[in-house]
Ligand binder design. Structure first.
Ligand SMILES: NC(=O)c1ccc[n+]([C@@H]2O[C@H](COP(=O)([O-])OP(=O)(O)OC[C@H]3O[C@@H](n4cnc5c(N)ncnc54)[C@H](O)[C@@H]3O)[C@@H](O)[C@H]2O)c1
Length: 277
């Protein structure tokens, strides 16, 4: 990556996992990073971890569901630094469980953060980037934005929307100097699985059954994201399995659906067995 000293990057959800790793990677390479998270302690920790790095970190508390606050953060950063090179719309949450157990409140909380949070970032930064004639918006979706995962349907809906938003906006922005990429990770070993709300299923059982050997740590994920961003890739799948599933879904959607249905049957059987034991 060729990071100029004046490169300015804004990152949401920077207090943990992928957002923290991206913040540290960009700061290490000399960028000025405006790192925000809704959790003050987490984002403060991210800032501390970057002490002594080449770049500068400005950390702040920001809830991406608050459109006015997102707009204010972007406007302030632009006024202070005179440019915005990157906006990483990274903050995200999940609710896991079958749809009959998921309330409207759960649906709305997922859509508010994962979809509207991205929309708020785009509305705040895209116009500035068009005016500058440059800039790169990097939205974090998921492999669940490219394939039909049962058990997290609200999350799947939000991430498919982010993929569609990003690819369509990429087409609009191309002639105006604005780049748009969407990151689609598979399993990344972060605390999102601890913070997820589980309905009708046991958190501990999910955590114990996570196939960690298939996962990638957030630092490696951030490196791979930046490789894709530097090459201006439209869609950036992360992890081998995410690549395989993406290709398979395009080649044979019906095969992937059958696989997913089999997974549902298996999960229901395991759930029933653990309730009776
Ligand atoms: N970890 C994975 O396996 C995985 C896979 C695919 C996609 N993703 C996506 O990657 C992104 C980052 O996830 P992660 O795994 O690093 O999770 P994480 O839980 O480690 O970090 C997410 C951060 O977002 C913050 N956040 C949550 N709601 C927010 C809000 N309303 N406003 C601002 N900040 C908020 C949290 O406080 C947390 O610090 C998310 O969009 C997630 O959906 C993760």
């Amino acid at each position: 990556m060729t990071t100029q000293p004046q490169t300015v990057a804004l990152i949401t959800g920077a207090g943990s996992g992928i957002g923290r790793a991206l913040t540290l990677l960009l700061a290490q390479r000399g960028a000025t990073v405006v790192a925000t998270d809704r959790d003050p302690a987490r984002v403060d920790k991210t800032r501390q971890l970057a002490d002594g790095f080449k770049g500068a970190i400005e950390s702040g508390v920001l809830d991406v569901t608050d459109a006015a606050a997102v707009e204010e953060m972007v406007r302030t950063a632009h006024a202070r630094h005179g440019r915005i090179d990157y906006l990483f719309n990274n903050a995200g949450i999940a609710v896991a469980g079958e749809v009959q157990n998921v309330t409207l409140k759960d649906w709305n909380s997922v859509l508010d953060v994962n979809l509207h949070g991205v929309v708020h970032g785009v509305v705040a930064a895209y116009g500035i980037m068009v005016e500058q004639g440059f800039g790169h918006i990097v939205n974090t979706a998921s492999i669940e934005g490219l394939a039909p995962f049962p058990g997290t349907v609200s999350y799947v809906a939000s991430k498919h929307a982010v993929v569609g938003l990003s690819t369509a906006l990429r087409a609009e922005g191309a002639g105006l100097g604005v780049r748009v990429s969407v990151v689609c990770p598979g399993l990344i070993l972060t605390r999102i699985f601890e913070d997820t709300k589980y309905v009708g299923i046991e958190r501990e059982e999910v955590l114990e059954s996570l196939p960690e050997w298939m996962g990638v740590n957030p630092e490696e994920c951030a490196e791979r994201i930046m490789r894709g961003v530097d090459r201006n890739r439209p869609i950036i799948p992360i992890t081998g399995l995410a690549w395989v599933l993406w290709i398979l879904t395009r080649m044979s959607p019906s095969l992937v659906l059958r696989m997913m249905q089999r997974n549902v049957r298996r999960a229901r059987a395991q759930n029933a067995a653990s309730k009776t034991s």
